[in-house]
Ligand binder design. Structure first.
Ligand code: FAD
Length: 433
């Protein structure tokens, strides 16, 4: 029997939307082209994921897991000097202020298994080849499984296919961010430096020596630390050697990383990706809706990707549940959450762009200590209301005379620049992505 909703992709966004639909008794089929566990980057969660994880009944599983607990984020400048940590608990003394550093193959499998436990009909190793349309309305998907090509009809198709962006590509909706065109190279280290106590699981954002980019430093379980460099795409990949050499050159340039890995050894090969931020001009259409990276991807500076996947999955599920109950699966109904969501992404994007144009958290806190809590609210991902907007004025007051402020960018109003660029993914030199 055909389901009411089909979901394409079993990453965090697909698992979230499908679980929340199934919890309301809606028949959902989810198709994931890989077999889990599969490798994925995106390992540091931020505290606002707590509320969606709670709704998904995932919290007991997270508490029982061996994922490293994360209580803060800390910034290290190009000379290796550390800012005071931003402790989430000091800002909000609530269980939600402790989050996790996850290994995504394990976390994503837990989420997908959780979807199954809640009644989602999950099919792994099944690729969705196309979305079926009648006029402008999506009416199902074309899959390929062991029986060959088949069509599955549904009232709503949710695209959660990640950076592949099945529908975004097909409909020409992808708009590349004109500023955030970065690349990333990363690998995994054993025995790298770890702080102790509540600092052990902190994410560090470490600026490299020539200020061309930054490293993420994410302590994981089993004494592994994920360390990756993010920098302008041309700087990182054009006229440079292989990933290994480029990475080593960047470590050499970065005192904050070099000293932390002095006694460590690498335990995998190197991975790389183009890290171009983008968004879709539309969040939904008649019979279809986009969630997670299939809607948009934002530079990983503040580790917001999984939160945005979970949050969009949650908001989309509410619109679908409401729409199905009233037999309304129009674009207006399925996309009613788009404005609030886009505004939240805009806030995070603005903070990302400020960092790249030289914004210093340390200086901001020194000049405006009363805004420390509001800045922490942004860092934990409390993005979907205007309560944090009071930081922008003081933040702009720190600009040197004559320095232009960050250009605003709104995918919804920009002309679609979707191209036939191949997938954003670059083949890793280590393992398969
Ligand atoms: C370098 C880098 C660092 C990052 N660091 C962080 C971080 O520290 N913290 C954080 O929160 N986020 C981070 N992110 C972002 C994070 O990885 C993503 O935002 C997150 O994985 C999005 O989840 P998703 O479910 O939308 O997509 P994915 O997790 O990509 O899931 C999509 C799924 O769809 C499947 N699929 C694709 N096409 C099809 C098809 N045609 N048929 C069936 N299945 C299909 C794929 O196999 C995949 O399993 C980072 C990203 C990058 C690139």
């Amino acid at each position: 029997m055909d389901p009411e909703v089909v979901v394409i992709g079993g990453g965090p966004a697909g698992s979230t939307v499908s679980t929340l639909l199934a919890k309301q008794g809606i028949a959902v089929q989810l198709f994931e082209r890989e077999r889990f566990p599969r490798f994925h980057i995106g390992e540091s969660l931020i505290p606002e994921t707590y509320w969606v994880l709670k709704q998904l009944d995932m919290l007991p599983k997270m508490h029982a897991s061996h994922f490293v607990k994360k209580y803060s984020v800390q910034f290290v400048n190009s000379e290796g000097r550390e800012s005071a940590p931003f402790y989430f608990w000091d800002n909000k003394p609530h269980e939600c202020s402790q989050t996790w550093q996850v290994v995504r193959s394990e976390f994503d499998m837990m989420m997908l298994d959780n979807a199954r436990e809640h009644g989602v009909d999950v099919h792994e190793g099944v690729r969705v080849h196309d979305v079926l349309f009648e006029g402008d309305r999506a009416v199902g998907v074309k899959i390929r499984d062991e029986q060959g090509f088949r069509e599955i009809r549904a009232k709503v198709v949710v695209d959660a296919s990640g950076q592949n962006g099945l529908l975004m590509n097909r409909l020409g909706l992808r708009v590349w961010d004109p500023i955030l065109n970065k690349g990333a190279i990363w690998t995994y280290w054993e025995n790298a430096y770890r702080d102790t106590g509540r600092d052990e699981g902190a994410t560090l954002v470490i600026q490299n020596g020539n200020k061309q980019g930054w490293f993420w430093y994410i302590p994981q379980h089993d004494n592994i630390v994920s360390i990756g460099v993010v920098a302008p795409f041309d700087y990182l990949f054009k006229g440079r050697n292989n990933y290994a050499q480029t990475y080593e050159e960047e470590v050499e340039l970065c005192p904050g990383v070099k000293q932390r890995v002095a006694k460590a050894k690498k335990v995998t090969g190197y991975f790389a990706t183009k890290d171009y931020s983008y968004r879709s001009t539309r969040v939904a259409g008649d019979g279809w809706v986009l969630v997670g990276d299939a809607f948009g991807f934002l530079d990983p500076l503040y580790s917001s990707g999984v939160l945005l996947a979970l949050k969009s999955g949650q908001l989309a599920s509410e619109a679908i549940i409401d729409g199905l109950s009233r037999n309304d699966t129009s674009e207006a109904q399925l996309g009613k959450w788009g404005t609030v969501f886009n505004e939240g992404v805009d806030r995070m994007r603005r903070l990302v762009c400020e960092y790249y144009s030289g914004f210093s958290f340390g200086r901001m806190i020194r000049e405006y200590p009363e805004l420390r809590g509001t800045l922490t609210d942004l860092l934990i991902g409390d993005l979907f209301h205007n309560g944090t907007d009071k930081v922008w004025g003081p933040l702009e007051s720190l600009y040197e005379e004559g320095k232009p402020s960050i250009p605003q960018w709104n995918a919804g109003t920009a002309a679609s620049q979707a191209t036939d660029k191949e997938s954003l993914l670059v083949l890793p030199e280590g393992r398969r992505r």
